[in-house]
Ligand binder design. Structure first.
Ligand code: URA
Length: 198
């Protein structure tokens, strides 16, 4: 069994949160085990809960459109969420749920070992860009411990707020340049490196 399949098996058995009992299906994540880019959203919604797959509803369609804009298909990247069960009525994830699921996300990152982690939305950003606000940090990258972290607004934000659509599209287009720039940037000691172009 591959490391990811074993992890998915363990995630499906996890009952640490109440929401594990109310979900239809667990949504661990999906994509290539050797993906260079990992996208981390917030939590499964109704469509994801029905299918057991991340980003398959309207926000997912927009994410696929964004991926196409940089020449990628969803099978070429890895897509997951901060939490793996759908909160009832799509409420926001609770701190305890984020904490309970953090072990799963850590192990996904260890297994995939991506070059770049793209955070989608506030909850995912808060984990990798603590103390920052999304309106300031979106479209910027930092390199830490060999991984580039790049923050974006959540794709669903464009569905609710048309004015953010162009911002999200423009941020997505930076990814290719950030990746190629980051390969040539050394990390100074343990300090996070703010990539200069962005
Ligand atoms: N929104 C998310 O954050 N994740 C999904 O999987 C779907 C919608």
């Amino acid at each position: 069994m591959s490391a990811l399949s074993e992890l998915y098996r363990e995630i499906a058995l996890c009952r640490r949160c109440e929401i594990a009992k109310s979900r239809t299906r667990v949504v661990p994540g999906e994509g290539a085990e050797n993906a260079g880019i990992m996208f981390i959203g917030e939590a499964p919604g109704w469509h994801e809960d029905q299918q057991g797959r991340p980003f398959v509803g309207p926000a997912g369609q927009f994410l696929e459109h964004l991926l196409t804009s940089i020449g990628l298909r969803r099978e070429q990247v890895y897509i997951t969420n901060i939490i793996k069960s759908r909160p009832p009525n799509n409420r926001e994830p609770l701190p305890i749920e984020i904490q309970n699921c953090s072990e799963w996300l850590d192990r996904q990152i260890q297994i995939i070992h991506p070059k770049m982690i793209v955070t989608l939305g506030r909850y995912s950003m808060a984990r990798f860009f603590p103390e920052k606000s999304i309106s300031k940090v979106h479209g910027t990258a930092q390199k830490r411990d060999g991984i580039i972290y790049f923050a974006m607004y959540h794709p669903a934000a464009a569905l609710h707020q048309q004015s953010l659509r162009q911002t999200i599209e423009a941020d997505m287009l930076k990814i290719t340049a950030v990746l190629s720039q980051a390969e040539t940037v050394a990390e100074p000691g343990q300090q996070a490196q703010q990539l200069s172009m962005f």
